[in-house]
Design a protein around this ligand. Structure first.
Ligand code: HAM
Length: 428
């Protein structure tokens, strides 16, 4: 039997409702913040990610789903949304003077990373992300962080914490990078294997190693916050001040770095401290990427960027762990119980008319016993049940029953199929 690939999931009816609820709740908030949806291809050139996300990141070195297509192009399924959207921003000249500024977009959809699957970590997973181009200052950082929090709150999620840090500008990061290497080198032999590899390739990643020995060594490392330029310090101060004004609690973690190389200045993560949530506790990750558009436009455009992505699978795990209530979805207005060949034909007509009048409607197809059909109507939560058999056809008196009040009335076939909303009103 063929099974789905490792690290993927089928989202079945009964489960998909929570996805739709998240999507519609988020869309409403996003539109209030004046973000508009963007959709980019599922696959891109591999080079977009190696240049955009960073040659030495795990995402590029270990986790890409890449292949050569029949035209020998090096293609990759997208592991994340920011680089593709920055590419679309440059390619479609969305920086042009006549475009809205800042340019604010959101996206929802699958991303692909060849990771070791576990709860909250898949090879095909979904993100709800936003990107702001041309926002320029700390107010954009804070507004966007506040948006992430508004979405979580609207979904009823609690028990999360916001953690922020600043990576400073490209230049100050280079200086800090060297200071960090100088500090870590004497400990080389004691570092974990991963951190040894990262030491010269991507030393900042050593800071957020989960290895206990690495953590101990890192404790004495110089802080990135001390290496910030005056401008970056000011910006980070302002971010903190604005968060405080909005009464958004936060923690600063100077060792937090993100797994993708395009970040500068303000970065943030929202994680849960809910117990039993396992290792995959980061629900939202994001930050500032002022150099990305420059990189992808070959130095021709310099537009700052800020964004985040929420991992939807992790969000759902959290919502379920916290027992968040979902509104009832897709209620059934009408069920048509029918007996016999002739009644089945009438049922086809009635069902279609009811649907065309704007009500959700279903029917029995299997000529089941009355009890079974009513049981089914009950299971589906039908408001009204229409019953039709040979007798009803002969008398032209078709029965309609309100399932919760028990109220019953009969109508002619003509009345039932003329304007069902009148009947629905009468029977409610
Ligand atoms: P990221 O931190 O790599 O950032 O991913 C964001 C979120 O996606 C994570 O916090 C997590 O919830 C979810 N996620 C990542 N990998 C997996 C996985 N294998 N399985 C399940 N969930 C996963 C980005 O992707 C950036 N593009 C975010 C961003 C947008 N930064 C600026 N703009």
């Amino acid at each position: 039997m063929i099974q789905k690939p490792k690290g993927t999931a089928d989202i079945l009816p009964g489960q998909v409702e929570i996805w739709q609820y998240i999507e519609s709740t988020a869309r409403e908030i996003l539109h209030n913040y004046r973000f508009f949806e963007i959709r980019t291809p599922m696959f891109e050139s591999f080079e977009l990610f190696s240049r955009g996300v960073g040659e030495t990141t795990d995402v590029i070195t270990k986790e890409m789903y890449d292949f050569y297509d029949k035209g020998d192009r090096h293609i990759a399924l997208k592991p994340e949304g920011t680089a593709p959207i920055a590419r679309a921003f440059v390619e479609n000249k969305l920086y042009a003077p006549e475009e809205v500024k800042p340019y604010k977009v959101y996206y929802m959809g699958p991303m692909f990373r060849y990771e070791r699957p576990q709860s909250g970590r898949q090879r095909q997973f979904n993100q709800l992300g936003v990107e702001v181009f041309g926002g320029e200052n700390a107010a954009t950082d804070v507004e966007t962080i506040a948006l992430a929090i508004d979405i979580l709150q609207a979904l009823g999620v609690s028990n999360y914490k916001l953690v922020i840090n600043s990576l400073g500008s490209e230049e100050s990061r280079q200086t800090y990078r060297q200071a960090l290497i100088d500090y870590l080198e004497p400990y080389y032999d004691q570092l974990s294997e991963d951190s040894q590899t990262r030491l010269h390739q991507n030393p900042l990643r050593v800071l957020d190693s989960k290895d206990p020995k690495d953590i101990e060594i890192v404790e004495g490392a110089p802080s990135i916050l001390d290496a910030l330029s005056e401008d970056s310090k000011e910006r980070f101060q302002l971010v903190q001040e604005l968060l405080t004004r909005l009464k958004i609690p936060f923690e600063i973690d100077a060792n937090m770095v993100r797994g993708l190389d395009y970040y500068q200045e303000t970065i943030f993560e929202i994680m849960t401290d809910a117990k039993d949530f396992g290792a995959q506790s980061t629900i939202v990750g994001g930050g500032n990427y002022d150099g990305l558009v420059n990189e992808l436009s070959d130095g021709k455009q310099s537009v700052p960027g800020f964004g985040f992505a929420i991992g939807i699978e992790r969000l759902i795990l959290l919502m379920q762990a916290q027992g968040v209530d979902l509104p009832e979805s897709h209620p059934l207005d009408v069920y048509v119980v029918n007996f016999g060949e002739e009644a089945s034909k009438y049922a086809t007509q009635i069902t279609q008319r009811v649907r065309h009048a704007g009500f959700s409607c279903d029917r029995d197809f299997f000529d089941r016993k009355a009890k079974k059909q009513f049981k089914e109507a009950d299971k589906l939560g039908a408001d009204l049940v229409i019953t039709i058999g040979d007798q009803e056809i002969t008398d032209n008196q078709i029965q309609v029953k309100n399932m919760s009040s028990g109220k019953q009335e009969s109508f002619s076939f003509e009345d039932l199929t003329a304007d069902f909303s009148k009947i629905y009103e009468k029977m409610k």
